[in-house]
Design a protein around this ligand. Structure first.
Ligand SMILES: [Zn+2]
Length: 395
């Protein structure tokens, strides 16, 4: 049995739907698009895999090219030549060590040693500032110089306290941590990690979600596993908390995972410890139940915003100032609603991460920190995405 479990684990982690996404966020988006397109056009599995492989090859070539731009110093030259200005906000999630990382979707995780390399690079080559510095510049109608970086974390992983904060303190770096307050109150793992954990520690391969609008999958088959994970991810992302928990319970009931993950999320006691020990870390909110705000009515959105502000205030004694959009999904109505409830800024991951003087404080661009330190150098230089776009038409 133990051997079988290890095999499940290894195969899911090697070929699972989210493997390699830690390498590059954009790569994931392309994969996801391919997956969605395939559902509608219904090509054969063989055609799908060929398309997938071709996209992967193009992405790999572009990533190599972008790393080369940084290695030869083209990014710094471009910034000087064009007098580009603007800070870059980096987005992280989990930096858990191996034991906890085995239960976290790789798309949300960077190993602590990679994170430490990032900080070391930023210490040598960039200027790390609090988010409030970026906002003060915007208030003056200005922006900060290229090479200025602000660090943010989403969700409220326990390793933000145990691993990231001590490393940040070693470099005297400030950061902003956005909390999904309902998950903090319940000390509950993020739904994506519950799903990931059920897949990697499953003892059953058959998953029948036909009654829930899905399909029947054999998770022992790589393609089925990817398709099931993608379908579930989309359903869980756009659903409300009750539907999400019911679907996860159904998946866990059928897959019968053999193990329980360690606690992955901070509690409010942990958050208070984080605040007391690391005063350079500012806390913000990320909704209460980690909902896709664009998938729900204004009443639900208003309740999510009021709920996370209330949770934050009751447990920490002061109101939050900053917000980040779950799944980087937003629209104009949401910006207005955030201003109405007294929040001062909102961050959202997007294709162009440079915070220019004209940036909207309720739509602050940021970018998922790439695993590669060379890519980190490029995306924090101020030359990304303009330089690769000018040279090869895309970034
Ligand atoms: Zn999130």
């Amino acid at each position: 049995m133990a051997r079988r479990r290890r095999e499940y684990d290894a195969s899911a982690r090697k070929t699972g739907p989210s493997h390699k996404r830690r390498l590059c966020d954009q790569k994931t988006q392309e994969r996801s698009l391919i997956s969605q397109r395939s559902q509608f056009s219904s090509p054969s599995n063989h055609e799908r895999l060929n398309t997938h492989a071709a996209v992967s090859r193009r992405r790999s070539a572009l990533i190599c090219f972008e790393k080369m731009l940084h290695i030869v110093g083209a990014d710094d030259l471009y910034v000087r030549a064009t007098q580009t200005r603007g800070a870059v906000i980096l987005m992280y999630h989990s930096v858990a060590g191996k034991d906890a990382a085995a239960w976290i979707d790789p798309a949300n995780h960077l190993p602590p040693e990679v994170f430490e390399r990032h900080l070391s690079y930023l210490n040598r080559h960039r200027k790390v500032v609090p988010l409030s510095n970026v906002l003060q510049a915007l208030q003056r109608g200005d922006c900060l110089s290229a090479g200025t970086v602000s660090i943010t974390f989403d969700d409220g992983y326990l390793d933000t306290l145990s691993t990231a904060a001590p490393l940040l303190a070693r470099f005297s770096f400030p950061a902003t941590v956005y909390l999904a307050t309902g998950y903090i109150s319940r000390g509950q793992s993020q739904w994506i990690d519950q799903l990931y954990g059920a897949f990697v520690s499953r003892t059953q391969d058959d998953l029948d979600l036909g009654g829930a609008g899905g399909a029947v999958w054999n998770l022992g088959v790589t393609f089925d596993r990817s398709a099931a994970y993608a379908w579930l991810k989309q359903r869980l992302l756009t659903g409300n908390l009750a539907d999400r928990n019911a679907l996860l319970a159904e998946v866990e009931g059928q897959l019968r995972p053999y193990g329980m993950p360690p606690r992955l999320t901070m509690t409010w006691d942990d958050v208070r410890t984080l605040r007391a020990r690391y005063p350079a870390i500012e806390l913000g909110v990320h909704t209460r139940d980690h909902l896709d705000l664009t998938a729900h009515s204004n009443d639900v959105v208003a309740a999510e915003l009021a709920g996370c502000i209330e949770d934050f205030r009751v447990n920490l004694g002061f109101p939050p100032r900053h917000f980040s959009f779950p799944y980087s999904r937003a629209n104009r109505d949401l910006s207005r609603m955030l201003a109405d409830v007294g929040l001062e800024s909102a961050a959202i991951a997007c294709e162009d991460p440079v915070v220019k003087a004209a940036a909207d404080r309720y739509c602050l661009p940021r970018i998922a920190a790439p695993c590669s330190t060379r890519l980190l150098g490029l995306v924090t230089s101020g030359a990304y995405p303009d330089l690769p776009r000018r040279l090869v038409g895309r970034a």
